[in-house]
Design a binder for this molecule. Structure first.
Ligand code: NAP
Length: 534
């Protein structure tokens, strides 16, 4: 590894995705000497890595962008209701260039370790390229979903065909005419399978737990519609900052029981027709995720839709969830319909689990070998912790972050940790459960206010900002309590609770009330002069 000279800077941002780009911009805007390191060859974060066919945001296009660049908000093109992965990647790189941030970014550069120097009150960060940064502030924006979860299924190394994880999609791969197996039917698997079904020879979904999915309602956006949105952006964002989820949906305050029974079916039909999982969940009934009866009625409606769409009862039965609607909502562009194709099949792993991967494919417990040329893992992420366990972070008194998180990842407000002065996180654990594009903005804004407040009170020029241990502990209790009232809490395995990866400690990784609640709490914290920090 080449040894490079140390660069002394004000702030180092780690990660050039949605969060890191804005954080770098905000620091540059306010006169800080900032650098950003990114392990990918360009900016984009998850939208660089997740290049699998069908990858698309399921936040509507008008809100899957930055609110702070008002010009791009009004003029940058988005032809359809949802933006696809190539469009998002292009937009993020456009923003980087528009604000001249690329010169502050070092690509193909990953943080390897970071150590707090209590004497000099700085972080020393060493990267895998040999670059060393001495920075007053260290801001991680490494993504909550950036480390692939690749389950170690027996026989995996014996497979003769090609093994792919969706978050590391190889450029130029052609699946045309091949026998393809997919493990995983979450947001990623559903998008991927819908996109590749028409091109592959045979597609087999090896599905462990079916999930409920509703139509996305992807469609072109007319010039007139865009003009209307442009004229109304101030109000749109006012509503967003006053909502829990931040998806631009007017969140209902009416429980399902307040609607006459005979009306509900019609309402559900309207929601299905309209498309978008967040609209489906939030715009008419306010208790789908908190009331068991409401949740069951929602499941019944979606399961009836699956029966109507999927002609083969065996496939329909495999696709119908038997449990509650308690995962991250999914939406799709014709997922259930692909199972009417002769070249698409589903193996219900709850009935015939994978026994082993063999050189020619997958052998299930019924002794059958399903022959495959390509096996795709859409098995999700080692969420929240994964990005950090790739690195070694040592805070005050040599405290390792892995020790701090030995009972699962925790933070204060999703941005700070006791014992790790001047280290801030964008999209850290226990941040608001809301549209990611909005979360990164409010978190970076809070960090900027916190830094400026501390600097304005420093006489010597030295600044040490640290969350109090009791603040972090109290925040964990608040997040636990809030999550307990949600039906999501009963999910069998979920990255939202760290239970999707064997060996991880279960933990609530979000502040469930979302944006509005988080903004109220952080406003009070700011107005009172940051009493939860030393
Ligand atoms: P995920 O929701 O964690 O789903 C992983 C899938 O892999 C599940 O179906 C899981 O089955 C299966 N799986 C894992 N290990 C397995 C094993 N050993 N054997 C069989 N099946 C196994 O991951 P994801 O689909 O990548 O989505 C993660 C998150 O990324 C989403 O919730 C979303 O927030 C984000 N995302 C967003 C978009 C978008 O904006 N449209 C697109 C993609 C992803 P079990 O359920 O049985 O565990």
């Amino acid at each position: 590894m080449p040894s490079r000279t140390e660069q002394v800077i004000d702030a180092l941002v780690v990660g050039a995705g949605f969060g890191g780009i804005y954080q770098t911009y905000a620091l540059k805007r306010d006169g800080y000497n900032v650098r950003c390191v990114e392990r990918a060859p360009t900016a984009g974060g998850v939208w660089y890595w997740n290049r699998y066919p069908g990858a698309m945001s399921d936040t509507e296009s008008f809100l899957y962008r930055y609110s702070w660049d008002k010009e791009a908000l009004q003029t940058y093109p988005w032809p359809n209701r949802y933006v696809t992965q190539p469009e998002i990647l292009k937009y993020l790189n456009f923003i980087v260039d528009k604000h001249d941030l690329r010169k502050l970014m070092r690509f193909n550069t990953a943080m390897e370790n970071a150590t707090w120097d209590a004497d000099l009150c700085v972080w020393k960060v060493i990267c895998d390229t040999g670059d060393v940064f001495i920075a007053k502030y260290l801001i991680t924006a490494m993504g909550g979903l950036s480390q692939a979860h690749f389950p170690n299924i027996q026989g995996i190394n014996s497979f003769k065909g090609r093994l792919i994880h969706t978050q590391d999609w190889p450029d130029g791969i052609d699946l045309n005419g091949l026998n393809v197996g997919v493990i995983g039917s979450g947001s990623t698997g559903v998008q991927l399978m819908t996109a590749i079904a028409p091109e592959v020879k045979n597609l087999i979904s090896f599905q462990r737990t079916p999930q409920h999915s509703v139509p996305s309602g992807q469609r072109p956006v007319s010039e007139e519609e865009r003009k209307k949105i442009n004229e109304n952006y101030d109000n749109i964002y006012k509503q967003v900052w006053n909502s829990g989820a931040g998806f631009g949906v007017n969140e209902s305050d009416r429980p399902m029981s307040s609607y006459p029974r005979e009306e509900r079916k019609k309402i559900f039909e309207g929601l299905w027709e309209q498309g978008n999982a967040f609209r489906f969940n939030l715009s008419k009934f306010n208790d789908i995720s908190t009331n068991i009866e409401t949740n069951r009625e929602t499941c019944k409606f979606i399961n009836e839709k699956i029966d109507q769409i999927v002609k083969d009862p065996r496939k329909a039965n495999a696709l119908k969830p038997t449990g509650l609607y308690n995962r991250r909502p999914l939406c799709d562009s014709g997922y259930y319909q692909i199972f009417n194709r002769d070249n698409v099949d589903i193996i219900n792993l709850r009935e015939t689990p994978i026994e082993t991967i063999v050189p020619d494919g997958i052998r299930t417990s019924d002794g059958k070998v399903h022959e495959l040329d390509v096996l795709i893992f859409a098995t999700g992420f080692d969420a929240m912790e994964g990005a950090f366990t790739r690195t070694t972070i040592q805070g005050r008194d040599g405290k390792l972050m892995t020790d701090h998180w030995k009972n699962g990842p925790t933070s204060f407000l999703g941005v700070s940790m006791a014992g790790f002065p001047n280290l801030f996180m964008i999209f850290g654990p226990q941040g608001p459960m809301s549209n990611g594009a909005t979360v990164v903005e409010v978190e970076a804004n809070f960090i900027m206010k916190l830094i400026k407040h501390a600097e304005s009170r420093s006489v010597s020029g030295e600044v040490v900002i640290e969350a109090r241990p009791e603040s972090e502990e109290k925040w964990r209790e608040i997040c636990d309590k809030e999550a307990r009232s949600s039906i999501l809490h009963n999910a069998p395995s979920s990255w939202i609770f760290g239970t999707n990866v064997p060996g991880r400690k279960p933990v609530v990784t979000f502040y469930f009330p979302g944006l509005k609640g988080w903004l109220e709490i952080t406003k009070e914290e700011t107005d009172l002069g940051f009493p939860s920090y030393t």
